[in-house]
Design a protein. Sequence first.
Length: 319
Amino acid sequence: MIRSRIVGTGGYLPARIVTNDELSRTLDTSDEWIRSRTGIRQRHIAAPDETSSDLALPASRTALAAAGVAAADLDLIVVATSTPDFVFPSTACLLQAKLGVRSCPAFDVQAVCSGFVYALATADSFIRAGQSRRALVVGTEVFSRILDWNDRGTCVLFGDGAGAAVLVADERPGIHATVLHADGAHAGILSVPGNVCGGSIVGSPFVRMDGQAVFKFAVRVLEEAAREALGRCGLGVADVDWLIPHQANVRILDATARKLGIPPEKVVVTVDRHANTSAASVPLALDEAVRDGRIRAGHRVLLEGVGGGFTWGAALVEM
Ligand code: UT7
């Protein structure tokens, strides 16, 4: 039976680092408040001319190099983003052109902070169905563009970045199971409720969030999705080597690990340095832990996303 395996990862963060102290110079906030409520110390912010496809390019090149796969040999590109370069063409098509390749299918997935898990599940399905053998899956965001920098309740939480993974078809099991869910009834608790119409923005182009409702929802579904993915493989929590939940708030990570009974030292945390990079957070954390040697061949890694929509999901991956 053909399965998919992750054989290379990559990440990219824009050069500019913005600390909590820097934010507190223009905003009624403090390093103490942001750290104690979220665990965030700093975030990376893209340059004015840097777009999602620009961030995706170095992350993708690094993942391809790690995988030993040439861009020309890709037969699928899936990009998860909520901050695309344009309304269209898709960021995936723009990335394909920047990689200098042609012809393979390329499309975006929009599932906000669950985007990478959705994109990974999509590419996994293409590979299992025999439609693809070498896929590039990317999460990339310039969330700084959709933040109201006067709203201390949201702007302190997010950052920009990109993460990527290369999947290949293999007979050895790599991605053991994926689970995806959505419930549009909760669209209102986290949204950017605007669109472009007749040359103007209709509604709001900024993130709006009911933080406490999102917090409670996230902790509940992250636990449920983890148990569901493990259940599909007949595995238990003790079989997980690493937990990589979406990086939104260190309190959400701690609560999820506690409810699952996973010790904190098995949880990969980047939110302190990256803040919430939406669809990029999971592949960036995966790449960091692969590169620093924590995640090794044979380890079982549970990736989890949760975000606007509401959307959520998990993937149990053997590296
Ligand atoms: O990808 C998913 C995206 N989002 C999330 O995962 C966010 C989930 N939610 C959260 O992480 C938390 O709910 C927050 C970090 C957003 C907020 O933490 P909280 O403990 O739920 O605080 P709160 O919203 O109840 O606000 C407490 C106080 C309020 O003041 P009052 O009304 O008590 O006087 C806020 O106005 O903190 C105030 N506050 C701030 N103070 C300083 C809100 N933001 C800030 C800020 N600096 N940046």
